[in-house]
Design a protein around this ligand. Structure first.
Ligand SMILES: [Zn+2]
Ligand SMILES: [Zn+2]
Length: 811
């Protein structure tokens, strides 16, 4: 036993080994004829009960003597696909430190290799088999809060991954490695009460430095000198004169420098906003789970509602979590939150492990009260959450495309439920899932139908490319769009052009024999990138030199067709040589910070035409953009995905919303070959309600989400036969399970099975892929069938499978 600040009890047990239990629940084993010293915590008294045996798991033999066995056990989960916890014994010396939410090292598998796992339960139930011992407890404090333990457990059940996979996915590596912490010497202000009665007087500079130090409590010397705008002299004098002391501390590398308080700007809500706020405010005041769907047209002031909700939550001493799509995490957005809410932790995918870990610890220790982040921020370890906000809740980027395949918005709703707090989902184009939940009363629908300051939504004109298209197939701009651009630029306005396809030519083929350049590894067409002078696969990044002759028939007639952003840029630059053109797509925005540099230049008017992929469509607010052009609205319409129409509507409505946000108004031109398609026609009229009504009817008719739940199971192997055989093996398992399923739950919702079938892209990254699609009104029934089939499936070594619940990627 370690000796602490004092010894409460010295216990000698004469007859056998007996445990000692304290009223605070700690227990220790005392060995025969040896004294055991126990640490005393000041202000508490302890009863020592030398007869308690059962509670601590000592085994009593028939002779009445006791023998020592491991009394405390810990259930550990690992980053492995099997959803199973393994029970380990906790050695005596780790009793005090083993706890739920901490990581441990333990021997695993036949070779007893030491690996890291998460402790998910500590208990006294001896396992049926001999338990191995955990070796090390890695963390001083639990990395995962109780609420996150429950959320990750739910996540494992719902997305059919293991609890270990869920836990390892949510805790950033930086938090796990303790990176980003350094030892430093800091100055600590001595409390006024502790100062001697006649403390030496201070100079003006020293007084100023002391004021800063007292406000911060403790600070590094250099930092204090910078803040007090003085040299090291006055700061050191504070120590010499007894106003401060030097001390060693663990410093978080990413703790922000303490600066002046941010100015608070009060904003007057308009009538619509007031109406919305009057519904949200009591929900925050009363607490309890409640989900709001905030449907507000672009430019209607949704962010102001979020800010009010955050401020109100902070005033009540609670914390706020805001999820935004990765692309929406611009400094402009962040500044807006910082300006009103003080220090904000920002979690996005470009953070290094150490930086992410630094934020994680600051959030966990309650130093930051507002967290803004992309998908994975839903796991931020706040301990006193009061509200969750999900902006642009319809965005597909909230869904993770790798195990665990969770949806950040859906997890956010579950987290709000588990923490019993309100959540606001906001969008100008809500997902049909959330819309459905609002229609059937699960979410409270709130609407902001007008733009702020009564600005009108921009007028949208459709340009029918069948009649009014560009003069040649090598061009992208119709005469109408070109004219509108000239007009807008001539009046000093700025232009945004959307083309959701990167590269130069998107279709490389031989008209003589029909050859199409496809990727060596995937069943996908290659795109020609002129800058890199290469054919590129946009899925696996395979690059090949462009062929001059057709590799099949050797004719020299190979054609480069189809319009990508690179080619569009060339056309615009030649037609608008007097304007600065900037392309924004994932090819030009690879360097960190480049996205922001372009947006800054555009805001300052140094760029006149900003063109690019959907990157330019999301959440940007530039008052001087008076024209938005969509070069080809049909790009995403004809892909084999039941959400294609919904995504097209959302993208068009969002990009149209980028204009008319200033006093000079705005205009939108959409070029399309199918102006009659509802996604395009209704986006042109800003008519979400009509679109939702029509699309919901289609979904209902085909039993697609949101009416039924969908699960997808992909089987893949580099060996075609192996993939096919395993898919067939699963198919028979499904047939059996579905017949059972009908028997067990008569009258229950039927599970519909499609497949096995080849995936839309059959070969991807050198894997041959088959898939099953399961549809059912109940997610529970889908889970049941999948679990039953996968539990007994024998997976060959060269085959993998992936389960995707509520899939968004249908390739
Ligand atoms: Zn050919
Ligand atoms: Zn490829």
């Amino acid at each position: 036993m370690s000796k602490g600040r004092g010894i409460a009890a010295s216990v000698r047990v004469v007859n056998g080994i007996r445990p000692i239990t304290f009223i605070d629940g700690r227990s220790f084993a005392a060995e025969t004829n040896k004294s055991t010293d126990v640490e005393r915590i000041p202000g508490r008294t302890y009863n020592v009960d030398v007869n308690a045996t059962l509670e601590t798991g000592l085994e009593t033999s028939s002779a009445g003597a006791t023998k020592a066995v491991a009394r405390l056990f810990a259930d550990i989960v690992f980053d492995r696909p099997m959803d199973q916890a393994y029970t380990y014994a906790v050695p005596d010396e780790l009793h005090a430190t083993a706890a739920i939410g901490k990581r441990v090292e333990a021997p695993f598998g036949r070779g007893d290799q030491t690996i890291v796992g998460f402790c998910v339960r500590v208990h006294h139930d001896p396992p049926t088999r001999d338990a191995k011992f955990i070796e090390v407890v890695l963390d001083d404090e639990p990395l995962v809060t109780d609420a996150l333990m429950r959320l990750t457990r739910w996540m494992a059940d719902y997305y059919l991954c293991s609890w270990g996979q869920a836990l390892f996915a949510v805790v950033p590596a930086g938090a796990r490695e303790k990176a980003g912490v350094r030892e430093a010497v800091v100055l600590e202000a001595i409390l006024e009460a502790e100062l001697p009665p006649a403390a030496p007087s201070l100079t003006a500079k020293q007084t100023a430095a002391l004021a800063h130090l007292r406000r911060a409590g403790a600070m590094e010397l250099r930092q204090l000198a910078r803040l007090a705008q003085c040299g090291p002299g006055p700061v050191s004098a504070l120590v010499e004169k007894g106003y401060a002391r030097r001390t060693q501390r663990q410093i978080d590398r990413f703790a922000p420098v303490v600066g002046d308080d941010s100015p608070i700007t009060l904003v007057e809500l308009n009538d619509d906003q007031r109406r919305v706020w009057s519904t949200i405010e009591p929900a925050i005041a009363n607490g309890g789970f409640r989900a709001f769907l905030l449907h507000g047209v672009t430019g209607s002031g949704k962010t102001e509602i979020y800010l009010q909700a955050i401020e109100d939550t902070l005033r009540r001493g609670k914390e706020a979590l805001v999820l935004v799509p990765e692309i929406g995490l611009t400094p402009q957005t962040i500044e807006r939150f910082r300006g009103r809410c003080g220090e904000v932790a920002v979690l996005h995918s470009h953070l290094g492990d150490a930086e992410r870990g630094g934020y994680w610890r600051r959030i966990a220790s309650g130093q930051v009260h507002v967290v803004v982040g992309a998908r994975s921020a839903v796991f931020a370890p706040t301990r006193n959450l009061g509200i969750i906000i999900v902006d642009e809740e319809h965005e597909s980027s909230f869904k993770q495309d790798a195990t665990p395949r969770y949806h950040g918005r859906d997890l956010a709703v579950m987290r709000a439920r588990l923490e019993n707090i309100p959540i606001i989902l906001g969008s100008a184009t809500p997902s049909l899932e959330s819309w459905h939940n609002a229609q059937r009363g699960q979410y409270t629908l709130l609407t902001l139908p007008r733009r702020v300051l009564d600005r009108p939504l921009p007028l949208v004109e459709l340009v029918d490319l069948r009649h009014d298209g560009p003069p040649t197939r090598h061009h992208a701009l119709s005469p109408k769009l070109e004219h509108a651009m000239k007009e807008a630029l001539g009046r000093g306005g700025q232009v945004m052009l959307l083309l959701n396809r990167r590269g130069y030519s998107t279709h490389i083929h031989c008209p003589a024999c029909g050859y199409v350049a496809t990727c060596r590894n995937c069943d996908l067409a290659m795109t020609y990138h002129r800058q890199r002078a290469a054919l590129v696969c946009h899925y696996c990044a395979y690059e090949a030199a462009p062929e001059e002759r057709c590799p099949v028939c050797q004719q020299v007639t190979i054609r480069f067709q189809g319009m990508g952003t690179e080619k569009l840029q060339a056309e615009i630059e030649s037609k608008f040589s007097g304007s600065v053109v900037q392309r924004m797509d994932s090819d030009t925005m690879q360097r960190p910070g480049s996205h922001q540099r372009v947006l800054d230049a555009f805001r300052e008017g140094r760029i006149q035409i900003l063109m690019g992929t959907q990157m330019i469509a999301k959440g940007l607010d530039f008052p001087n953009v008076t024209l938005v052009g969509v070069v080809n609205a049909d790009v995403g319409l004809h892909i084999p995905d039941f959400r294609a129409a919904e995504r097209t509507f959302q993208l068009l409505a969002q990009v149209a919303g980028r204009t008319g946000r200033g006093a000079s108004g705005g205009r939108v031109l959409i070029q399309t070959y199918t102006p009659e398609h509802p996604s395009i026609a209704l986006a042109g009229r800003h008519d979400f309600l009509a679109f939702a009504k029509q699309e919901m009817a289609f979904r209902r008719q085909h039993a697609y989400p949101p009416f039924e739940r969908l699960a997808r199971l992909i089987v893949r192997s580099q060996k075609l036969e192996a993939a096919r055989d395993f898919a067939d093996h699963l198919a028979s398992g499904f047939r059996q399970a579905l017949s059972h399923h009908g028997d067990r739950r008569p009258g229950g919702p039927a599970v519909k099975l499609l497949g096995p079938a080849e995936c839309a892209v059959f070969r991807l990254n050198n894997y041959f892929r088959f898939h099953f699609q399961l549809q059912c009104a109940s997610a529970g029934a889908l889970h049941e069938v999948l679990r039953e089939v996968l539990a007994t499936a024998r997976v060959p070594g060269n085959v993998e499978y992936q389960v995707d619940i509520d899939p968004h990627n249908m390739l």
